[in-house]
Design a binder for this molecule. Structure first.
Ligand code: PLP
Length: 379
């Protein structure tokens, strides 16, 4: 992969050191060009707003098939959403619940999915049970199995967690759930675009994500996968405009259709530079190197997994004697390194998102800065 050539196609990477793709990804120029060209059909092309609305809706209607191709699903299983939270609300609101039904979550869920599940507990009397994560996938599986009771209805986990970047054994968890008649809903937003995700192969029922992180598409875009057989159990929150048996029946109102042209462009870009496997291999190599370099600094603790089966491109570290936010602020102010502090890891630390487009020079700057801060913290 020619990283320098790829970086030339991503204008935002010219400024500072960007290590927060897990927050918001840096879009290639082709994404903004696709969206601008979409808008221009109205502003420069003479289409009336209503004709433009229809043209954009038609263009967006081709995106579920593209998403399905990229993620090993069928186009009838993909709904366009605005965010991960949007997809969660569609699933949690559209299933039938009895008070006392149990939902398993992990000990490291982002506030968006967490609050969606808490809302379900408030509305329907569902009981939330937390499974403590570990770097050993067998330990995770054992804990999931132990947490399951006859009342477990739904397993609702992050595919890759937001703070430590722990990759969960999703396929095994889905198999375990399926064998017991339990549904699975995944928060995929730290996984899609970072790792190859094969939805049919994974065997989940529902998979919700946004597209603005590792998929490098605009904020305001996302998708929800609903497995064909799970569509019987999931009721749309609005009576569908088009009551065909497709996941698009779950969509709410009129989305910002023009933005999905950006999703199409980002998927084309990711395919053109090598596709999910090449992207993951490039990021994984750099993340592993960074893990080792940070770990070698005195006073630094890497809190992310190093095990191949549970690690990802997210490398989170802590400096002894400093809160994560303090380290994060210093990296931003003194070295212009964009990253974010973590609050769910113990100790708190800083999350570094290593993407395929991350340069060696960026990682060198980070390692030097962390060495300086760790030295200062000791004095
Ligand atoms: C694991 C995880 N879930 C959800 C979100 C945000 O969800 P939404 O797409 O609703 O903004 C984030 C954003 O940082 C995240 O890391």
């Amino acid at each position: 992969m020619d990283v320098a050539e790829i970086r030339d196609q991503i204008p935002g990477l010219r400024f500072g050191v960007y290590l927060n793709t897990g927050g918001v990804g840096q879009a290639p120029a082709s994404v903004s060009q696709a969206i601008t060209a979409g808008y221009r059909q109205m502003t420069d092309g003479g289409l009336s707003p209503i004709d433009w609305y229809e043209a954009m809706s038609k263009a967006a209607s081709e995106i579920p098939a593209k998403i399905a191709d990229f993620f090993g699903a069928d186009s009838t299983e993909v709904a366009l959403t605005m965010s991960t939270g949007d997809g969660f609300v569609m699933v949690l609101g559209g299933l039938r619940w009895e008070p006392g039904d149990e939902v398993l979550i992990t000990s490291e869920e982002h506030p968006v999915p967490l609050q969606a599940v808490q809302g379900l507990a408030d509305r329907e009397g569902a009981v939330i049970k937390e499974v403590e994560l570990d770097h050993d996938k067998d330990v995770i599986l054992e804990r999931v199995e132990r947490a399951i009771t006859p009342r477990t209805r739904l397993i609702c986990f992050s595919h890759v967690t937001t703070d430590s970047g722990t990759l969960l054994p999703a396929k095994e968890i889905c198999a375990l759930a399926r064998a017991r008649g339990i549904l699975t809903l995944w928060d995929g937003c730290q996984a899609v675009g970072q790792l190859p995700v094969d939805l049919h192969g994974m065997g989940c029922d529902f998979y919700a994500t946004n597209c603005y992180k590792w998929l490098l598409a605009p904020i305001g875009t996302g998708f929800l996968y609903v497995r064909k057989d799970a569509q019987q159990a999931l009721k749309p929150l609005r009576r569908p405009h088009d009551p065909s048996a497709s996941a698009r029946q779950y969509e709410m109102g009129s989305p910002a259709s023009v933005l999905y042209l950006g999703v199409g462009a980002s998927l084309d870009f990711l395919t053109r530079i090598g596709g999910p496997r090449a992207i993951a291999a490039e990021a994984s190599r750099k993340a592993e190197e960074l893990w080792a370099r940070l770990d070698a600094i005195s006073g630094v603790q890497v809190v992310s997994s190093r095990r191949p089966e549970t690690r990802s491109g997210i490398v989170t570290f802590a400096i002894a004697g400093m809160e994560g936010d303090e380290v994060s602020t210093a990296l931003r102010q003194r070295w212009q390194i964009v990253q974010r502090g973590t609050y769910m890891t113990d100790p708190t630390g800083v999350r570094i998102s290593v993407a395929f487009y991350t340069s060696d020079a960026e990682l060198d700057t980070l390692v030097e800065a962390v060495t300086t801060l760790a030295g200062e913290a000791k004095r």
